[in-house]
Design a protein around this ligand. Structure first.
Ligand code: IFM
Length: 469
């Protein structure tokens, strides 16, 4: 079966500054730079962000390779901890301005549309130590100042901006699940951070609009559609609460300008509702997004919580209302521990179409992280990642189906163009179309990169019936 996509569809890939650039000439440490400084043993094989994939030094060659992989658009991010010299006064570092100008111009020279995100888990660590990071509304103001600086400096050439990548992961990882610095377990702080991140996004959007630039602005959200483990009311209820927190919180606030009322009531009942003001809520209402990026990797199967959410003397954490459920015999990406369920992309697309005004959106990340890919390397150094090609095809099939039914999807970005550093997992799982040898920094197109190029050239692909599940 042939899946054809519309003209000018974005065939691209996504990455981020902190995962590719390396710390070269960076004045400030971001949260992960700092985390690695104090606890390198938390990172796979002690591999840190110091070199990453050396994009700071190698960006011209990397962008050339991205072109060879057929990418017509690429998302990366500007690091606050690189661009800004004085974090309180919001002055810029001239070397960083030069670097990001050259990167943007290099993309444009190759006919690749650069899409720029402004926060990818990389708050400057000093702002956490001095003010409490995203717990502080002063930091929200500083972030909006940094965003404004980026719009002023690069908005003549960058036409697609994003305020955050996966804000929910900052909340989960930093404030109750402990996989991001500061590794706290504090549900009330999690709720405040969640709110402040939304406020920061809305304030940055306001600044963008005040500059009257030609371009679009949005946010990148990681969505994990919840599927109840059974049809019993308790499991369905648990999945609805999970959906409120994991998906609807930022979807509703970003697209509709309001947090879901059911979530507000639930947090009030738990006595942890965020501190907000009327004027902030108005600002959120008035500054919704133009464009939505959705990162999809895996579904979220949910059952009722193991213990009642009304148990006594239990501190609030958002996930006390549900329990993760593993589907017996699920199709898995075993290396990452994530279920493979491509039809969820269709479900997401229909949700956006039916419940979010069919807003312009795109798949801003999707991909398959696999460890020890050298297993699949031939004598010329090319990795034969047929599993990745199949993974992409299966997801595109369902995306295409939703688009045929009217979903307003503008593109598909794979995570990621070139194997990059992935937080605590460092270089364990590789996602790229292009491999990186982390010892020599040699970069080589994988089989999937050649396939992706033909996907772009043909603006579609042929899928075997057997792959449609
Ligand atoms: O590496 C991350 C990225 O920073 C955010 N989305 C998921 C990717 C793969 O784990």
């Amino acid at each position: 079966m042939k899946c054809n996509f519309p003209e000018n569809f974005w065939w691209g890939a996504a990455t981020s500054g902190p995962q590719t650039e390396g710390r070269f000439q960076k004045k400030h440490a971001n949260m992960f730079d700092y985390y690695y400084e104090i606890k390198p043993e938390d990172f796979y094989k002690y591999q840190g962000p110091d070199v990453a994939s050396n994009f700071f030094n190698d960006f011209r060659h990397d962008i050339q390779l991205m072109k060879e992989a057929g990418l017509n658009s690429v998302r990366t991010s500007i690091q606050w901890s690189r661009l800004i010299e004085d974090l309180e006064k919001n002055t810029v570092n001239p070397e960083a301005v030069r670097f990001y100008n050259e990167v943007i111009d290099e993309f444009l020279k190759h006919g690749i549309t650069p899409m720029i995100n402004l926060h990818h888990f990389d708050l400057p660590a000093e702002l956490y130590h001095r003010h409490g990071g995203w717990e502080s509304k002063h930091v929200v103001e500083l972030y909006a100042g940094f965003a404004e600086k980026c719009f002023e400096l690069f908005g003549d050439r960058v036409k697609h901006w994003f305020t955050h990548n996966e804000p929910l992961v900052v909340v989960e990882g930093g404030y109750y699940l402990q996989f991001h610095y500061p590794n706290k377990v504090n549900g009330a702080a999690a709720v405040q951070v969640a709110y402040n991140l939304q406020l920061a996004s809305s304030l940055a959007i306001k600044k963008f609009r005040q500059l009257n630039l030609d371009g679009k602005i949005g946010v990148i959200l990681n969505l994990t559609p919840p599927y109840p483990s059974t049809n019993e009311p308790e499991d369905i209820h648990a999945s609805e609460i999970a959906n409120l927190w994991l998906n609807r919180m930022y979807m509703d606030a970003s697209v509709k300008g309001e947090f879901p009322q059911e979530l507000v009531e639930l947090l009030k009942g738990e006595k942890v509702l965020w501190d907000s003001t009327e004027s902030e809520l108005l600002l959120i209402k008035e500054n919704t997004i133009d464009l939505l990026g959705i990162n999809f990797y895996h579904p979220h199967r949910v059952s009722r919580p193991k213990y009642s959410a009304n148990s006594l003397a239990v501190d609030f954490v958002p996930n006390k209302f549900w329990q993760d459920y593993e589907l017996p015999s699920a199709r898995m990406n075993v290396d990452k521990g994530w279920e493979i369920y491509p039809k969820a992309i269709y479900d997401i697309a229909k949700d956006v179409q039916n419940n979010y005004g069919n807003i312009d959106w795109f798949i801003s990340e999707n991909g398959m992280g696999v460890s020890n890919e050298e297993r699949y390397m031939d004598e010329t150094g090319v990795i034969h990642d047929d599993y990745r090609i199949q993974f992409i095809q299966e997801h595109l099939y369902w995306l295409h189906k939703a688009m045929e039914e009217g979903s307003n999807c503008l593109g598909y970005h794979l995570w990621t163009p070139i194997d990059c550093w992935s937080w605590k997992n460092a270089y364990r799982n590789r996602y790229g179309l292009i491999s990186t040898n982390i010892h020599t920094q040699a970069k080589t197109l994988k089989k999937s990169a050649h396939w992706f190029k033909t996907l772009d050239e043909n603006n579609g692909f042929e899928i075997e019936e057997a792959l449609i599940q």
